[in-house]
Design a protein around this ligand. Structure first.
Ligand code: N01
Length: 530
C-alpha cells in the first residue's frame, strides 16, 4: 500500500452516498462510491414489496440542498410509492452525473486502516480494492434483512420473498395461498394489497401493531404550488421540530386535557392521517398514563373497524403506542373482515416449523403456495458489522461493538481515524425525516473535510472521552422517555442474540444539530487531528 486512489471511499449509493459524492466533488475531492446493488437508492432499491411507500410526506421526504431540484421534481401523491422514490433517486443520479463515480454490484467486505500511511483499504466481494484517505460508511440504518429463525425455513418448496429483498418484477398472487410472517410496517403495507389478489392469505402475528390511516391521495396542485413558493420556510420549520418534519405538534399534556377535548383531538388527527398522530400531546412518549389515552383511542378504532370482536381483540396491541415505530396504513384493519384472510396469533405459541408446503402453527399445517417473510432488519449496526472494519492497532469494530455500539455523535468512533458513519448509532436518524438528517450529517462531514484540507491535516479521530460522553448522553436521554421500555429494533430486540442497547439518539433533531454545530465551531471539539 502507499498509493492512494481517492480522497474518499464511500460505501453505499443510497441517499447518503449520493449526496456525499456530490458534496465532495464540490470540495474538489476525489471520491469513489462502492454499492452492493445494481442501482442507486439504497433501501428504496430493495424494498419493492406491494404497497411500499414512505410514511413521511413526499414534499418533505426529499433533498433540499438544491432549490432547483426541489422545484423541478413533481411528487404525485401525499406519500410517495417506492417506485416513485426510486425514480427520484435515479433522477438525482442522472442530474448530478453521479454514476460515473459509483461502482455497482460490488459489496464491501472489509475496510482496514493503515496508520503509518493514514489510508483505508476497502476490499469487495468482486475482488475490487479501493485505497482512500477517508472512508465513509453510508450503509443505511435499515439495509440488512433480518431472517427469522424458524425450523425448516429453507425447506419450503414454493417461492419465498423477504419484503426487504423483493424481486424487481410484479409478483402475481392471483389464485395463490399466501403466508405473511410479521406485522410490522412492511407487512402492514403489503397485506391489504396481497389480500385483494390472493385466494387465501394467512397472517402470522407475534405482536399486534398500532397503525394510523395514511389518508393517502394525489397531491393538490394548488397546495404544491404554495409549498414550492415557500419551500425554504417549510424546511426551516422542519428543522425546529424534534423529528425534523414540519407538522402540527402540540406540546401540551394529554393528562391535563379534558377527556372530550382529547378525544376530539385524536379524532381530528386520525382523520388527518399519518404519524403526526403522536404530535397530539407533548407527554405521550414521556408518561405512561398519557400514552394510554392515545393507545386506547386507537384500540377503539380497531374495534370499530374489525367486525369479529374476538379478532379485533387479537389485533389490539397492549403495549405503549409509539414504542415500536408507529405504522401508517391503507385499509389494514379492514382487510381482516375479508373471507380470504386468516390471522394466526403466534404470540407465546411460536410458529412450529415451515415444511415444503405449509407453515405449521397451533399444531396445524396452513398449506400455502407462497411464503412472505416480513421480519424487518438487523437495524443500525447490521450493515457495519457485516464489514470487517479494522482501525488503529487492528481495532475491530465488530468486536468493539460485541456488547452494543457506541459512537461520537453517530459520526465517528475512537481508534477508527478517518472513518465516518452517516446516520450511525448515536444519531437521531431513524427518529427523524431521514433525507434531511442525511443532508445534515453529510454537510457536517464535508465541512469537516474542508476544514482539514485547508489546514493540511491528514487524519481525524474521535477522542475516547468524547465518545463515552456522547454515548452516556444517548443512553440517559433514552431512559427519560417511554421508547426504551418497549422491545423493538431500536434496541436490537428483534434479532436473536443482538445486545440490547438503545441505538438512536432520542434528544431530538434540533438539539443534535446544535451539538454538531457547536463541536465544529469549537474547532471540532472531541476530535483529534494529525
Ligand atoms: O420490520 P419490523 P418492518 N415469528 O421489525 C415479526 C421502516 N419501514 O420491515 O414485533 C413471527 O417492524 C415481528 O414481531 P415482533 C420502519 O422504520 C418504513 O415491518 O418482533 N413474527 C414484527 O411484527 C419500520 O419500523 C416504512 O414480535 C416474527 C415483524 O416481524 C422498519 O422499517 C415501511 C418473527 C417485523 O417488523 C422495519 O419495518 C416499511 C417470528 N419468528 C418499513 N420474527 C414506511 O416508511 C419477527 N417477527 C412506511
Amino acid at each position: 500500500m502507499g498509493e492512494r486512489d481517492f480522497d474518499v471511499a464511500i460505501v453505499g449509493a443510497g441517499f447518503a452516498g449520493m449526496y456525499l459524492l456530490h458534496r465532495l466533488r464540490g470540495l474538489g475531492l476525489s471520491a469513489r462510491v462502492i454499492e452492493a446493488g445494481p442501482g442507486v437508492g439504497g433501501t428504496w432499491y430493495w424494498n419493492r414489496y406491494p404497497g411500499a411507500r414512505c410514511d413521511v410526506e413526499s414534499l418533505q421526504y426529499s433533498y433540499q440542498f438544491d432549490d432547483a431540484l426541489q422545484q423541478e421534481w413533481d411528487w404525485s401523491e401525499r406519500y410517495a410509492t417506492q417506485a416513485e422514490i426510486l425514480e427520484y433517486a435515479e433522477h438525482v443520479a442522472d442530474r448530478y452525473d453521479l454514476r460515473r463515480d459509483i461502482e455497482f454490484e460490488s459489496r464491501v467486505t472489509s475496510a482496514h486502516y493503515d496508520e503509518a500511511e493514514s489510508l483505508w483499504t476497502l476490499e469487495a466481494d468482486d475482488g475490487g480494492k479501493t485505497v482512500a484517505r477517508f472512508c465513509v460508511m453510508a450503509t443505511g440504518c435499515l439495509s440488512v434483512p433480518n431472517w427469522p429463525n424458524i425450523e425448516g425455513l429453507e425447506s419450503f418448496a414454493g417461492p419465498t420473498y423477504h419484503t426487504a429483498l423483493w424481486p424487481d418484477r410484479k409478483i402475481d398472487f392471483t389464485g395463490k395461498r399466501v403466508a405473511v410472517i410479521g406485522t410490522g410496517s412492511s407487512a402492514i403495507q403489503a397485506i391489504p394489497l396481497i389480500a385483494r389478489e390472493a385466494a387465501r392469505l394467512f397472517v402470522f402475528q407475534r405482536t399486534p401493531n398500532y397503525t394510523i390511516p395514511a389518508r393517502n391521495a394525489p397531491l393538490d396542485p394548488d397546495r404544491v404550488k404554495d409549498i414550492k413558493a415557500n419551500y425554504g420556510a417549510m424546511r426551516a420549520r422542519a428543522k425546529t421540530s424534534l423529528v425534523g418534519i414540519a407538522g402540527d405538534y402540540n406540546l401540551g399534556s394529554a393528562l391535563e386535557a379534558a377527556p372530550e377535548d382529547r378525544q376530539a383531538e385524536y379524532e381530528r388527527r386520525w382523520l388527518q392521517g399519518g404519524v403526526t398522530f403522536m404530535g397530539a400531546y407533548g407527554d405521550l412518549m414521556l408518561e405512561k398514563d398519557a400514552n394510554e389515552t392515545a393507545a386506547n383511542f386507537v384500540r377503539g378504532k380497531i374495534r370499530e373497524v374489525v367486525e369479529d370482536p374476538a379478532l379485533a381483540e387479537t389485533l389490539c396491541p397492549d403495549n405503549i403506542i409509539g414504542g415500536k415505530r408507529l405504522c401508517v396504513d391503507t385499509d389494514y384493519f379492514a382487510t381482516y373482515n375479508r373471507d380470504n384472510v386468516t390471522l394466526i396469533d403466534v404470540k407465546g405459541r411460536p410458529i412450529e416449523a415451515i415444511t415444503a408446503g405449509a407453515v405449521r402453527a397451533h399444531g396445524r399445517d396452513f398449506e400455502i403456495d407462497v411464503l412472505i417473510i416480513a421480519t424487518g432488519f438487523d437495524a443500525m449496526t447490521g450493515a457495519l458489522n457485516n464489514i470487517d472494519i479494522r482501525g488503529r492497532g487492528d481495532a475491530c469494530l465488530r468486536e468493539r461493538w460485541a456488547d452494543g455500539p457506541s459512537s461520537y455523535l453517530g459520526l465517528a468512533m475512537a481508534d477508527f481515524p478517518n472513518l465516518f458513519t452517516v446516520t450511525g448509532p448515536g444519531s437521531p436518524s431513524v427518529f427523524t425525516n431521514m433525507i434531511p438528517s442525511i443532508e445534515q450529517h453529510v454537510d457536517w462531514i464535508t465541512d469537516c473535510l474542508g476544514y482539514m484540507k485547508a489546514r493540511n491535516y491528514t487524519a481525524i479521530e474521535a477522542e475516547g472521552d468524547a465518545e463515552k460522553g456522547w454515548w452516556d448522553h444517548v443512553q440517559e436521554v433514552a431512559a427519560q422517555g417511554l421508547k426504551a421500555t418497549t422491545d423493538s429494533w431500536y434496541l436490537g430486540a428483534n434479532v436473536a442474540g443482538k445486545p440490547r442497547v438503545f441505538m438512536p439518539y432520542y434528544g431530538g433533531f434540533p438539539a443534535y444539530c446544535q451539538k454538531c454545530e457547536q463541536v465544529a465551531a469549537d474547532g471540532y471539539e472531541g476530535f483529534a487531528f494529525a
